[in-house]
Design a protein around this ligand. Structure first.
Ligand code: PHE
Ligand code: FE
Length: 301
């Protein structure tokens, strides 16, 4: 029997996974392994290797937490699903990553509305092996508690969306993925780099805070950082005055164009990507991208 505590932590109950559930993990894992070489950023692939997140099946969080803790002081906390914002942020602020335990069904390989264990563990956790990203996510948790108090959660949620979930990074070899919502989606892993339709803009904190996002389809807009140091530095200032500044400006649709926008062109030196293959993948929304604030936002629309 699992009991829900005030921090929503539960037991993963690893022994209880069925062979079918492990088999679904292996399918998802092997598919992403093939796709992500040359698409995921180096930090992600290094983290994956360091964790030894296995193709064998759904990992036991205890083993992952031990490795993570020794590397960057993070741990994984099993939760039953979406948790309230304050609980989510409080976990991050304490370097505890809340992960769901359940895995999607076989008919949901390409799309599931809520995060599942594949999205949370395979999408998010490898980057927590990177010291700079690990600090960024903790700072984000602290910033979340603060934004809640200031009433600017929506603006901070957009930052999470356009970085942690759907961020791209420019490397010498071309654009690479670091956003977990993309990393756990076969279709979007290819689309975000190779499809000419979405726009890829230089990271801009204020513009991100103004930009709405959609949760039910591939993104029409991605923001590109140069490295995690840049992201961490850009988000270090006190957001209180920035929230006020941004609140005075109109929100933007993902399709909006501003004169200040700096685009990465496909095929340009820093925006290069392989052009083959994306059409082979079925179009459909990305995996496991919905958080409680998005659900609420939907209801408020
Ligand atoms: N600097 C932000 C603030 O003052 C906190 C934060 C850091 C938010 C990193 C997001 C990411 O609110
Ligand atoms: Fe996520």
């Amino acid at each position: 029997m699992t009991t829900v505590r005030p921090d929503f932590a539960i037991e993963q109950n690893w022994q209880a996974y069925s062979e079918e559930e492990h088999a679904i993990w292996r399918l998802l894992f092997e598919r992403q392994q093939r796709l992500l070489v040359g698409r995921a950023c180096r930090e992600y692939l290094d983290g994956l290797r360091g964790l030894g997140v296995a193709a064998d099946g759904i990992p036991d969080f205890r083993g992952l937490s031990d490795i993570l803790d020794r590397s960057t002081g993070w741990q994984i906390v099993a939760v039953p699903g979406l948790v309230p914002d304050d609980v989510f942020f409080a976990h991050l602020a304490r370097r505890r990553f809340p992960s769901t335990c359940f895995i999607r069904r076989r008919d949901q390989l390409d799309y599931i509305q809520e995060p599942d264990v594949f999205h949370d563990i395979c999408g998010h956790v490898p980057l927590l092996m990177n010291p700079v990203f690990a600090d960024y996510l903790q700072a984000y948790g602290e910033g979340g508690l603060k934004a809640l108090g200031l009433g600017h959660l929506q603006r901070l949620a957009r930052l999470y969306w356009y970085t942690v979930e759907f961020g791209l990074i420019a490397t010498e070899e071309g654009l690479r993925i670091y956003g977990s919502g993309i990393l756990s989606s076969a279709g979007e892993s290819v689309y975000c780099l190779d499809d000419p339709r979405p726009r890829r803009l230089r990271f801009d904190l204020r513009r991100i805070m103004r930009t709405r996002y959609r949760i039910d389809d591939f993104q029409q807009l991605y923001f590109v950082i140069h490295d995690f140091e840049e992201l961490f530095e850009a988000t270090r200032p006190d957001f209180a005055p920035i929230y006020r500044e941004v609140a005075a400006l109109p929100d933007l649709e993902p399709t909006a164009r501003l004169d200040q926008d700096r685009e990465f062109a496909l095929g340009s030196p820093n925006g290069g990507s392989r052009k083959k293959n994306w059409a082979a993948h079925q179009r459909g929304p990305s995996l496991g991208r919905k958080r409680l604030e998005d659900v609420r936002q939907d209801h408020n629309r």
